[in-house]
Design a protein around this ligand. Structure first.
Ligand SMILES: Nc1ncnc2c1ncn2[C@@H]1O[C@H](COP(=O)(O)OP(=O)(O)O)[C@@H](O)[C@H]1O
Ligand SMILES: O=C(OP(=O)(O)O)[C@H](O)COP(=O)(O)O
Length: 422
């Protein structure tokens, strides 16, 4: 059965691809999202839940007789988590239980020769897609279909499968370019996300509380604009760098050191947009206390008197946010409350996740970093919890926005799967 996109569009699944085209003996280009938290000191992968999730799709395609070429991005150029995928390959091997060959190339001659030589049952992982500069450009599917990335790789494949729900909000070549050229389908992770979200997201369930933290503040501001414009949220509990920016927008003194952090990350330029949202009545709460680092000592500091560098929310904030979550019918969480790579600053995120799951609400948790907290607390499988592989993509989907990756698959279906389109 194909998946349905907001009851409007049809997206073929792996079953449809097999039924109408035949997978056995084919060569499939599989886009996954194994962008994972990376330890900035050692370069080690801190959480492999996305790798685990996509392993089932890889294995299934191989079991159906395909040769599978897997691609993913990792981090963004210039950031410490922009690394090669060699360590990911070993974990993909571990979780699929199959041999995975890795090549430190994406579209060059070495990658293309390796792809050409593949036999059914082979798995090849290409290197970080963002090593190709075109991959960080946002453009239309038609434009990306003519990119060097797509024109070099597409002729080597029979089909394209997109399993990267977490990157479906990016209009980048590896996401939207290939469906123009090849019969395309959603992978199992993508299918599961769409099925779960369409079932779970009942527009009547209110109040809806969004707990938003982490470091992707540009994305979060954009998401908040959509959520607010579409009336999709009743209350927002801000944490992480998102909270710091909104505190400045509200005129709260967060201390010199933290202003410098926001400035160094180029986030102060977002202040006008944050202020505009607040003036338009965005129902956003900010923390009242923090765990901070003062001369390498962890302190709990209350607002109005912050001297250290903010690293996590404090206990009073956890209490206040827990009370608000008790009223919610749906809680959506994305982005950690603090610098969780440091074990001293995981407590705020752990407490908030625990409080959400113990409330009466249905809870949707997204984003790589909170996934690691769910795993650590052993909460996966709770009946009131959907753990999404997506962060920004999840929130934009819940805000009612069209995601380019999904639209591209639906459009591709119109072209290549006339049998499925009523
Ligand atoms: N107060 C803070 N100061 C600096 N960085 C923070 C703070 N709170 C959270 N972060 C950082 O945010 C990053 C995760 O954010 P993000 O990528 O948006 O989340 P996700 O991957 O879960 O979607 C982590 O690297 C974490 O260290
Ligand atoms: O981790 C991701 O996004 P998320 O942090 O919003 O979940 C995706 O891999 C997308 O990465 P990007 O935001 O660098 O395009």
């Amino acid at each position: 059965m194909p998946c349905s996109l907001r009851n409007k569009h049809v997206i073929p699944t792996i079953d449809d691809l097999d039924k109408y085209f035949g997978i056995k003996g084919s060569k499939i280009l599989l886009r996954i999202d194994i962008n994972s938290p990376i330890d900035p000191k050692t370069g080690d992968i801190l959480d492999d839940s996305r790798i685990r999730a996509h392993s089932a799709t890889v294995r299934e395609l191989v079991e159906r007789g395909a040769a599978v070429v897997v691609m993913s991005h990792q981090g963004r150029p210039g950031d410490s988590d922009f690394v090669s995928l060699d360590k990911h390959a070993r974990l993909l091997e571990k979780h699929t239980g199959l041999q995975v060959r890795f090549i430190d190339d994406v579209i060059g001659p070495a990658a293309r020769e390796a792809i050409k030589s593949l036999q059914p049952g082979d798995i090849l992982l290409l290197d970080n897609t963002r090593l190709v500069s075109e991959e960080i450009i946002e453009a239309t599917p038609e434009k990306h279909a003519e990119s060097i990335f797509v024109t070099r790789l597409a002729p080597l494949f029979n089909y394209y499968v997109n399993d990267a729900f977490a990157t479906a909000h990016r209009s980048q070549p590896s996401i939207v370019g290939f469906p123009v050229k090849l019969p395309s389908a959603a992978g199992r992770v993508m299918e599961k996300e769409l099925t779960a979200l369409s079932k779970l997201y009942n527009p009547e369930e209110r109040p809806r509380v969004f707990v938003l933290g982490g470091g992707k503040v540009h994305d979060t501001i954009r998401i908040l604009e959509h959520l607010h414009n579409n009336g999709a949220v009743d209350r927002i509990l801000a944490t992480g760098l998102v909270a710091e920016l909104f505190m400045v927008a509200k005129g709260i003194n967060i201390g010199e050191a933290n202003l410098r952090v926001l400035e160094a990350k180029g986030l102060l330029s977002l202040l006008p947009r944050a202020r505009r949202l607040l003036l338009r009545g965005l129902p956003l709460e900010t923390p009242v206390d923090f765990r901070t680092l003062v001369d390498d000592h962890v302190e709990v500091e209350t607002i109005g008197n912050i001297k250290g560098v903010i690293k996590d929310i404090g206990p009073q904030t956890v209490k206040m946010y827990t009370e608000i979550m008790k009223e919610a019918r749906l809680i959506v969480m994305r982005g950690p409350a603090g610098v969780i790579e440091d074990p001293r600053f995981r407590e705020g995120s752990r407490e908030l996740v625990r409080a959400a799951v113990e409330s009466n609400a249905y809870v949707i948790v997204g984003g790589g970093h909170l996934n690691s907290i769910i795993a650590e607390l052993g909460l996966a499988g709770r009946p009131n919890l959907h753990v999404s592989t997506g962060g920004g993509a999840l929130l934009l989907f819940l805000a009612g926005e069209d995601l380019p990756g999904l639209t591209a698959l639906a459009k591709s279906a119109e072209k290549f799967f006339p049998q499925l389109i009523g």
